[in-house]
Design a protein around this ligand. Structure first.
Ligand code: G6D
Length: 344
């Protein structure tokens, strides 16, 4: 196991550091303390060829101008909050409106666009980084100061484990996720339409205008949202389902998890990603509208990557039938997702 730390640029007069974690099989994960962004994951295909399986940029400037949350930790609240408003304990809170009249992915100052403090983790069977950031009371419009800790750790079993903890100083909302864009073909050789996705989920959340949840949970049976037995990602973009059309001819939907496991497989390379999480939902986003800018691999195009954002339900605070994302004063919030890379 090894970890390397090196300068990655400056932002807002702050030094940005990069960290490369590497295990004995050569699998490596690189992240930066700006937004806890994962910039690269090198994994072998079935022939042992190490290639990158996440989208990103070659430098900090790319991430500073990025508007797609590439690889970042999202918070305080992932997803959209309708009308950028919610009520808690009889008080109405107004959040940053950073997408039309709504609030998206934490607002203007958010977990993904600040520099976190960092501490290296070096143990016999794992290496990692612990990132810390104090989100002050009223940041983004959210009540209660909360010190967030995010850890990335890599072990010799090919597992990247991400945890997130926070103990708010007042009742507030917390619902984080990681926004990595996966493409298991390696160095974006192909798009993700041939990837096979398995999600043990019998219900997904219906979306309405502006991709806001309607509050309805839809049975996946007989639809292209049924991933319980595995399904090619292409089935969605190739479908005329009105929910697929609504979000730009692909998936951008939250799935309520019956079992907290997800699997992504690319038969051509043999790469497999198994995800285990303590979260109740996963948002599947197939980069439907990603175009018009340049990334590490070249021009960004739709369906070049898939996001599997494990989290609570979006806009949960405004839908009493969704699991709550309220975290009480002095209560410990705990988010955990494990990504296991292998080949078959
Ligand atoms: C689009 O609707 C999608 C979001 O789900 C995604 O997180 C974002 O692009 C990057 O707004």
């Amino acid at each position: 196991m090894e970890i390397k730390t090196y300068p990655y640029g400056t932002f807002d007069n702050q030094e940005v550091q990069a960290f490369t974690l590497k295990n004995e099989a050569g699998l490596s994960v690189t992240c930066i303390d700006y937004g806890c962004i994962i910039t690269e994951i090198l994994t072998p295909d079935r022939n042992g060829t190490l290639e990158n399986v996440v989208l990103g940029y070659d430098n900090l400037e790319g991430y500073l101008s990025d508007v797609t949350y590439q690889g970042a930790i999202i918070g305080r609240v992932a997803g959209r909050i309708s009308a950028a408003e919610f009520e808690l304990n009889g008080k109405t809170y107004s959040l940053d409106k950073n997408e039309n009249n709504n609030h998206l992915h934490g607002g203007l100052t958010r977990f993904s666009n600040v520099v976190w403090d960092s501490k290296v983790i070096e143990e016999e069977d794992r290496v990692g980084v612990e990132f810390t950031y104090v989100s002050e009371d009223c940041e983004g419009g959210y009540p209660g100061t909360v010190e967030m800790k995010i850890t990335y750790s890599l072990n010799n079993k090919g597992e990247l484990e991400i945890t997130g903890t926070g103990i708010p100083e007042a009742d507030t909302l917390l619902n984080i996720t990681n926004h990595a864009y996966f493409n298991l073909s390696g160095d974006v050789k192909r798009d993700i339409l041939d990837h096979e996705l398995t999600i043990k989920s019998s219900r997904y959340i219906e979306l309405g205008q502006e991709s806001l949840p309607t509050g309805e949970l839809i049975d996946v049976t007989g639809t292209v949202f049924d991933f319980r037995q595995g399904r090619k990602v292409a089935d969605g973009p190739n479908s005329e389902d009105e929910q697929i059309v609504l979000v730009g001819q692909g998936y951008d939907h939250p799935f309520m998890l019956d079992e907290q496991e997800i699997e992504l497989y690319d038969e051509a390379s043999g790469r497999q990603l198994a995800i285990e999480t303590n979260q109740k939902a996963v948002v599947v986003y197939t980069s439907n509208t990603m175009e018009g800018f340049t990334m590490r691999h070249g021009e960004a195009r739709p369906y070049q990557a898939i996001c599997l954002e494990t989290q609570g339900a979006p806009d949960a605070i405004n839908h009493p039938n969704f699991p709550s994302i309220v975290v009480k004063k002095d209560e410990k919030y705990y988010w955990e997702t494990k990504y296991r890379f292998s080949v078959k």
